[in-house]
Design a protein around this ligand. Sequence first.
Ligand code: GUN
Length: 292
Amino acid sequence: MLIDGKATAQEILNEIKAKVAVLPGRKPCLAVILAGENPSSHIYINRKIQACAEVGILSRRIHLPSTATEEEILQQIAKLNADPTIDGILVQLPLPGNINPNKISLAIRPEKDVDGFHPINVGKMLLGQTDGFLPCTPLGIMTLFERKGIEMTGKQVVVLGRSNIVGKPLAAMLMQSTPRSNATVTVIHSLSRNVKEICRQADVLIAALGKPRFVTADMVKEQAVVIDVGINRIDNPSKPKGYEIVGDVDFENVQSKCSWITPVPNGVGPMTIACLMGNTLKSYLLSLDKAA
Ligand code: GUN
């Protein structure tokens, strides 16, 4: 069965909109910083700002040139950190090569780090503490499992990819001793051996490695759950734009083997944005608690 991430994300956005509508006083606000002209980053940022407008969260877009220095970005972050009307700060990745993303993540106040990239929030996630922020893409995937009633307890879950944004945090979340987790997790990376054999053992196979159609039907167990995090642009002269967006899974051939599968687009992508809205509202509500 197809997991309609767009529909589930819309349900979440509607719930957030209803909660924001009844907030007394100021509305939550998300600040997004973009450095440079990466076309995909522009698209993602626009979607995030559009989602803010849809749920009634305010947004502030800060666009710096590709020549921006680390110091300039850090100055912007310092201003937003100090501004009590800003609840969330997000710096879109990837950053231009001269900028160290670790330094940027560290500069954002952990209480406003709605991406969940600050080491304090990464630590809280590993420890299973719930007052931090979980990164939006893995959180979106966990939320899909929860809302679709897809049980993780005791399952063999294989995660393809060990990025700081998806693979690593997702593995950490799946292994927690909470009712929605409790999985047995294997993480596959570029130096792993016997990749196909390991994937074939998976009850749940999650592809987050950024290689177009990497997961083929022979790598998938019958009735497995397959989650596709990939967003790859590949040339295709027969398409109107001359390219198409495909996932990390060979959807056409894998679909019939799965009990559940996410499509690309309209699978995990919209869930990432819905969870960002959720994190921004969480930050706002936590700041109210602290002020009380
Ligand atoms: N680039 C790709 N995914 C993400 C994300 O979740 N957050 C940010 N800030 N940049 C990204």
